[in-house]
Design a binder for this molecule. Structure first.
Ligand code: PLP
Length: 474
């Protein structure tokens, strides 16, 4: 491009906003597009072109300023803005409880219930037997007590809310004793000391990072102490020279000093994973049986249900919590309750739970089954018939995620994909950003890696079509 004059000539060739809009209105694509959105898109495209001209961008020529080229760019921008921001993605990362990708997939019966209750009225707060106002908190209470052996229960918006609510109810203005080895940060800025501060309770740290003894708790008890708190370490592990106090021992200490004991289980599970050859995670039933006065955990981590914070414990304590005005601010909505009740119902029979709850199914999937799925996906992609596509099977671990079983490797068989003429990063970016339904994977050894453990059967044809699209684009 020539200097100076060339720029001026190109700037003159750039059409005005009104002319582009008028042309766009001839194009049926823009019929349903609101005027403001169209104007915005046109302004943005013209402004980008103007900047490119002024910056003397190489290779810019008159045909880049042609109306058809400009309209194509406007269509792309407007189209992107019209498509929903929240959309379905394929999780090929192998991280089962992936917080960034929405944690748990709901079981089928929960989805059905969600649809039924979302499109109709319900007895959310209406007692059908008495014909009077009822409590939404009562809906899952009996089920939670039946499964866990607890006396009383309720569900709120999420576990962070459950912890905040319990601390505020039981210890506001008072002290809560916690081991230094359990002052965790979960991610997404949930930190035990910060939640404590927000609840108005004062943190009394005891012990050391690696070792805390019962006498550490006992020596710290004073007039101002209101609660003994145990926190599941979730996403990390302390190994080597370590000591911690069991919930049972803490409960005995609490009894002696008439102090309630709370446990934040984090993930929370009704199923003993050690029975399936995985690392032991404490179960909710065990915490209740140990005599904890109140236990909290998430609905969408290992439980495999919707986002929720579940509180189970002694009747007297749950009564206080239910009366706390903060409960109203953290209340669970009807769609969540619908999905939660259906998910919980599956836990009445463990065999049904592990067969029907996707999170459990994916964690417990046998290696042979994953290998079979890997080969099937490999065959499907090969059937695209492109010599540019090179796929190898790789032995790589999947992860449970969600701050549960952090040291547990789940052996998996992954697809390592290379596309001739494209870097692994470029493939990864295309799959994430350009695909109509994004396919999220990871990069290992210069390959785009997909882990079949977290890929659903019905998503396989979709992955094939995304690759077909990628190969056509060049
Ligand atoms: C995940 C976690 C939380 C927060 O739970 P959300 O359901 O994400 O709000 C709180 N405490 C522990 C120990 C956790 O692992």
């Amino acid at each position: 491009m020539e200097q100076g004059n060339g720029k001026q000539a190109l700037l003159r060739a750039l059409p005005g906003v009104d002319r582009v809009i008028a042309s766009a209105r001839q194009d049926a694509f823009f019929d349903p597009v609101p005027h403001t959105l169209l104007t915005q898109g046109v302004r943005e495209v013209l402004s980008l072109l103007r900047q490119a001209i002024l910056a003397g961008k190489e290779g810019l020529e008159a045909k880049d300023l042609a109306m058809e080229t400009i309209l194509a760019r406007v269509r792309e921008r407007v189209g992107r803005r019209l498509s929903p921001r929240l959309k379905r993605v394929v999780n090929g990362t192998g991280v089962v409880v992936h917080t960034n990708l929405g944690r748990s997939l709901l079981p089928e019966n929960a989805v059905d219930n969600l649809v039924a209750l979302g499109s109709g009225y319900s007895n959310l707060e209406f007692d059908l037997s008495k014909g009077v106002r009822g409590s939404r908190y009562a809906i899952v209470e009996a089920l939670l007590c039946e499964i866990s052996g607890g006396e009383a229960a309720m569900a709120v918006n999420n576990n962070a809310g459950a912890v905040l609510l319990c601390l505020e109810t039981l210890a506001r203005g008072k002290k809560v004793i916690v081991s230094r080895g359990e002052l965790v940060e979960i991610g997404g800025s949930f930190r035990i000391p910060d939640v404590m501060t927000k609840s108005g309770a004062f943190l009394k740290e005891v012990g050391t990072t690696n070792r805390t003894h019962l006498f550490d708790y006992e020596n710290a008890i004073e007039e101002q102490t209101a609660l003994l708190l145990k926190v599941h370490r979730s996403n990390y592990s302390v190994v080597g020279f370590t000591a911690s106090v069991s919930l049972k021992a803490l409960v005995e200490l609490g009894r002696t000093y008439h102090l309630p004991v709370m446990e934040d289980l984090g993930s929370g599970t009704f199923i003993d994973f050690s029975g399936y050859g995985l690392t032991k995670e404490p179960t909710v039933q065990e915490s209740i049986a140990s005599g904890a006065d109140v236990v909290t955990f998430s609905g969408d981590k290992l439980l495999g249900g919707p986002q929720a914070g579940i509180i189970i414990g002694k009747r007297e304590i749950l009564e206080k919590i239910k009366k706390n005005p903060l409960t109203r601010a953290l209340r669970i909505d009807k769609l969540t309750l619908a999905a939660l009740e259906s998910t919980l119902a599956l836990y009445r029979d463990e065999n049904r739970a592990v067969a029907a709850i996707p999170t459990l199914k994916m964690i417990l999937a046998p290696f042979a089954e994953i290998e079979k799925r890997a080969r099937r996906l490999q065959r499907m992609l090969k059937s695209l018939g492109s010599r540019r596509l090179r796929i190898v099977l790789m032995d790589l671990p999947s992860r449970v995620g969600g701050g549960a079983l952090p040291l547990q490797d789940l052996p998996s068989k992954c697809l390592g994909i290379q596309v001739e003429g494209m870097s692994a990063n470029a493939v990864e970016r295309f799959m994430r950003e350009e695909a109509e339904t994004p396919v999220i994977g990871r990069i290992e050894a210069d390959r785009f890696v997909l882990d079949p453990r977290t890929i659903q059967e019905k998503e396989m044809p979709l992955i094939k079509s995304v690759f077909s699209e990628l190969l056509q684009r060049g």
